[in-house]
Design a protein around this ligand. Structure first.
Ligand code: SF4
Length: 403
């Protein structure tokens, strides 16, 4: 059985290796006989897609028409197309209704993917039937009535075989290592907490073995991935100490700033290759952070963390989201002064978008705030307080003013 996984050109540099296809392959590896390719898609080049029994697409981009046309093109060669990834939440119904794609997986895909492969092992008709019966594969928290497959348990996450980064057919400069998956938080806009029931953490023993394996097989440079920013520092400390001892390096890191101590910064400093560190408070002011985003932790702490990082000569990159329904014009205007508030080096400001099944989407749907026209690639939030155009212009202005 030959499976092709496509990832998009945006990720061509593959600074970040997409973990989804690697996890799917690792989970299914010893359970079913298959051969597996990953390609970075470039439809300009002739490809021999016929040889594959199934093509899976990880969708991280936002143009419905581009995605639809790509699927229709691929369907000329391979009749079985399955999609996953965050943007599917916007396109799902339309893609399925128009028979552009056979199946969509929301959230963790390992278990449904294995079932799909088992049906494909019988024959293609079985696989098509499987897809028709389970057109959208949902995770527990997403849709209560239609639980089809459970997510991986903590034990299963620890038991997954090592990922094969060579599938990307590129020199592996840096290995992405997942430390934990999911989040115990419930931020209004966040899909992580919607698709995982809670934070699942790998054991220190698993993490150490993975670090050793990937350092020996691929690269001793790492990007450590974790979802829950409220994980205690005691979890990170032995990992960082082990990396210092083994002379492993960290190349990129999103800093879980809520649990940050000076001791952690000193350890990071020893193993950090670059000097740039990302902090994501996700909101521009304390009221929005607490009352609208419903984020745990202390918003005020970000200021202290930035100055601590600067003391240790890190370059600090901040990311905030704006455009939450309920966020006032005055609050958004006040972000013009963030430079005085925070001593960052760079700031990215994005519009928050209401992904399906999130609290934010519910607010938008209940109040008719969200307008989408996928064919025209339009996704807008308009509230009585401000409209989408005003917000977009504001974001452009803030990006210029604050950087
Ligand atoms: S803390 Fe982060 S990962 Fe957790 S729910 Fe909030 S935004 Fe999502």
């Amino acid at each position: 059985m030959k499976i092709l996984f496509l990832v998009f050109k945006d990720n061509e540099k593959l600074e970040f290796y997409q973990l989804a296809p690697l996890y799917l392959e690792a989970y299914c590896r010893n359970k079913i006989d298959m051969s597996w390719d990953i390609e970075i898609i470039d439809i300009e080049l002739p490809k021999i897609y016929e040889q594959y029994d199934l093509i899976a697409l990880s969708n991280c981009f936002f143009d419905y028409n581009e995605f639809k046309n790509l699927c229709l093109y691929l369907k000329n060669y391979c009749k079985l197309l399955v999609g996953g990834g965050p943007m599917m939440k916007f396109f799902d119904e339309k893609l399925l209704k128009n028979n552009v794609i056979n199946g969509i997986c929301y959230g963790p895909g390992e278990k449904p993917f294995l079932e799909l492969l088992k049906s494909l092992k019988i024959n293609k008709e079985e696989a098509i039937k499987f897809m028709e019966n389970h057109q959208s594969w949902k995770t527990p928290k997403t849709i209560n009535k239609e639980i089809i497959f459970s997510e991986l348990s903590e034990e299963e996450l620890n038991d997954i075989p090592y990922l094969n980064f060579y599938l990307y057919k590129q020199k592996v400069m840096m290995t992405t290592l997942l430390l934990q998956e999911g989040c115990n938080g419930c931020c209004t806009f966040c899909t992580v907490s919607q698709i995982h029931t809670k934070t699942k953490t790998k054991t220190l023993d698993t993490i150490k073995k993975e670090l050793d394996f990937y350092a020996n097989s691929f690269s001793k440079y790492f990007y450590l991935v974790d979802d829950d920013p409220f994980t205690d520092w005691s979890f990170y400390k032995p990992i960082l100490e082990y990396m210092v001892e083994k002379k492993y390096k960290i190349m990129i890191q999103n800093l879980q700033w809520n649990s940050l101590f000076e001791e952690q910064i000193m350890l990071l400093k020893k193993i950090y290759v670059d000097s740039s560190i990302n902090l994501n408070p996700d909101a521009g002011c304390e009221r929005v952070y607490k009352e609208i985003v419903h984020k745990r932790g202390d918003f005020k702490k970000i200021k202290k963390v930035i100055s601590l990082l600067k003391q240790y000569k890190f370059t600090v990159v901040i990311k905030i989201l704006i455009g939450y329904p309920g966020e006032t014009k005055e609050e958004i205007d006040s972000y013009e002064n963030l430079r005085q508030e925070w001593d960052y080096d760079n700031i990215y400001i994005d519009q928050v978008l209401p992904f399906k099944d999130t609290e934010l989407r519910k607010i938008c749907d209940d109040n008719n705030y969200f307008y989408e026209d996928m064919d025209k690639n339009i996704y807008e939030v308009n509230t009585p307080e401000w409209n989408n155009n005003w917000l977009k212009n504001k974001i452009d202005y803030l990006m210029k003013r604050l950087n």
